[in-house]
Design a protein around this ligand. Structure first.
Ligand code: PA5
Length: 445
C-alpha cells in the first residue's frame, strides 16, 4: 500500500468512543457504496471503474493522445468543474506546475471554458498564434454555458485556420454517449467522441476519458494510473474499518465535524499538489455541502501559506482541522552546499536536501498546529507517480462517498449549482426566463 492514513496527531482531540460509535454507520455505508444501493446509487459507476472500463475506448484514448502529441504544439482542454479539475490536477501533479515550459515532446496544455472571462480566453488565443492547435471539449451534459461559449469561439478559430474538415480532425469531444447538444454537433461534424459513462458524475470522472485523454496527451502513463486505482479498489474494499484507512479517514472527519470542526484544510508541502487540492475541494464540497450540512473544504500549500494563513491556523478561530498529504520520496531534489564565508548563516544545512528541510518544516508545523488546537491527519504517499496518484484519487473518492453517507446526504447530486445558472440565464435574456428576469432586475441594486 503506497497511501497511508495516520490519525495520531488528532488523538488528543478524539475519544475512543468516537470511532466505535460510527462502526455501524461505516458498515452500512460500505454496503451502500459497494452494493451500489445508497442515495444517488445511479452514480456509483466509479466504484468498479478501475477494473471495469471500456478497453476499446482506452486504446482509442491512447491513439488520440499520440496523434495530438505528433500533430499539435498546443492542446486546449475545454471544460469546467468535474470536466476540468481532475485532468489539470493530475497533469500538474505528475509533470509539475511548470509543465508547459518543461514538457518533453508533449504539447503545451491550456484549460479554457472554466470561467466566463473574455480576457482569459483572449490570452489563450494569443498563445495559439502560429502554433498547431487541437481542442478537447469535455462536457457530460453537453449544455454547460462556460465550456459551450469557449468552444464556440475556439471552433470558429480552428475552422478559420484549418477549414471545417481540417478542424474536425483536431477536435476531440468527451460527452454523453448519445444525448446533448454537444453529442449532436459532434456527430454532425464528425468529431472523434469519447464517453462520460452515465453512472459516473463529473467530480468522480477523472479516471474516465474526461481525465485520461488530456493526461495521456501530457505524456503520463495512464496504464499505471489505472493500475494504481485498481489496487486501491481492492485495498479500500476491506469492510473492517479498523483495517481500512479510507474508512477511518471518512469516520474521523465526521467525528471532528460533530465536535464543531467545520472546516477541513487540505495541506501539502509540494506546489505540484495545489491543483489536486482544488480537485479535492470540488469532490468534497459538491458532494457534502447540502441540506444545511457539510465540512467546508479549504486548502493551503505550505510553507508558502504559513506566511499568509499560518497566523490564523495557529491562533485564530478554532473551527478547523488539517489533513496533510505528505510524500515519502521526491523525484527531484537539490542538496544545499557549504559556502566558505557562510554569509547567510545557512552552513548548518550544508549537505541536507531541500526535501529534508521541507520534512522538518512539516514536523515542526504539525506539532505547532496541534499545540494550537488544530487536529491533524496525515496521508503519506510514497512517491508522486502515476500509480500512487491512481491510488490517491480512489482513496479520496471512496472516502468522500462514505463520508457523505455518514453525514446523511446524497454525495452524488448537486442541486444547489442550478440557482446561479437560472439567474444568469434570466438576466442574459434567455427565452423562457422572462418572468424571473423582471423579478431579478427589480432586486438588483
Ligand atoms: O461534478 C459535477 O457534476 C459538475 O462539476 C460538472 O462536472 C460541471 O458542472 C460540468 O458539467 P458538464 O460536464 O455537464 O459540462
Amino acid at each position: 500500500m503506497s497511501v497511508k492514513f495516520n490519525s495520531s496527531y488528532a488523538e488528543d482531540f478524539l475519544r475512543g468512543n468516537d470511532l466505535k460509535g460510527l462502526e455501524a454507520q461505516v458498515a452500512a455505508a460500505h454496503r451502500a457504496v459497494n452494493g451500489k444501493s445508497g442515495l444517488g446509487s445511479d452514480f456509483l459507476g466509479w466504484v468498479s471503474l478501475p477494473a471495469d472500463y471500456d478497453r476499446e475506448e482506452f486504446s482509442r484514448i491512447k491513439a488520440a493522445a499520440a496523434k495530438i502529441r505528433s500533430d499539435s504544439d498546443i492542446l486546449i482542454v475545454i471544460g469546467i468543474g468535474g470536466s476540468y479539475l481532475g485532468a489539470r490536477a493530475a497533469i500538474e501533479f505528475l509533470k509539475g506546475p511548470y509543465y508547459n515550459s518543461l514538457r518533453d515532446g508533449a504539447p503545451e496544455i491550456y484549460f479554457a471554458g472554466n470561467s466566463i472571462s473574455g480576457a482569459y480566453l483572449s490570452d489563450i488565443m494569443e498563445l495559439c498564434r502560429g502554433k498547431r492547435v487541437s481542442v478537447n471539449i469535455i462536457s457530460k451534459s453537453g449544455t454547460t454555458t462556460e465550456p459551450a461559449v469557449a468552444f464556440r469561439v475556439l471552433r470558429r478559430y480552428l475552422e478559420e485556420q484549418y477549414g471545417e474538415k481540417g478542424a474536425a480532425e483536431r477536435i476531440y469531444c468527451t460527452t454523453d454517449k448519445s444525448k446533448g447538444t454537444l453529442k449532436k454537433l459532434a456527430d454532425e461534424k464528425g468529431y472523434e467522441c469519447f464517453v462520460v459513462p452515465d453512472d459516473v458524475g463529473g467530480r468522480y470522472s477523472v479516471l474516465t476519458a474526461v481525465g485520461l485523454l488530456p493526461i495521456a496527451a501530457a505524456g503520463a502513463d495512464i496504464d499505471r494510473l489505472m493500475q494504481g486505482a485498481a489496487k486501491a479498489m481492492e485495498i479500500y474494499n476491506e469492510p473492517d474499518m479498523y483495517k481500512n484507512g479510507c474508512y477511518i479517514y471518512a469516520a474521523l472527519r465526521n467525528a471532528l465535524y460533530r465536535k464543531g470542526k467545520s472546516v477541513e484544510l487540505l495541506v501539502s508541502y509540494e506546489p505540484r499538489f495545489t491543483m489536486m487540492a482544488e480537485w479535492f475541494k470540488q469532490l468534497f464540497g459538491e458532494s457534502e455541502g447540502k441540506d444545511g450540512k457539510g465540512l467546508f473544504p479549504a486548502s493551503v500549500t505550505f510553507s508558502t501559506d504559513l506566511h499568509s494563513m499560518g497566523q490564523f491556523i495557529q491562533d485564530g478561530s478554532r473551527i478547523m482541522f488539517e489533513t496533510v498529504v505528505a510524500f515519502g520520496e521526491s523525484d527531484k531534489d537539490i542538496t544545499i552546499k557549504a559556502e566558505t564565508d557562510d554569509g547567510d548563516g545557512l552552513n548548518f544545512l550544508a549537505g541536507r536536501t531541500m526535501s529534508y528541510v521541507n520534512s522538518k518544516a512539516f514536523e515542526g508545523t504539525v506539532l505547532a498546529h496541534t499545540d494550537g488546537g488544530v487536529p491533524n491527519f496525515v496521508i503519506t504517499v510514497d512517491r508522486p507517480d502515476e500509480e500512487n496518484l491512481g491510488e490517491l484519487i480512489y482513496f479520496f473518492e471512496k472516502a468522500c462517498a462514505v463520508s457523505g453517507y455518514l453525514l446523511g446526504v446524497n454525495p452524488f447530486d448537486q442541486p444547489g449549482v442550478e440557482s446561479y445558472k437560472k439567474n444568469m440565464f434570466a438576466l442574459l435574456g434567455k427565452p423562457g426566463y422572462e418572468e424571473r428576469k423582471a423579478e431579478l432586475e427589480a432586486r438588483l441594486k
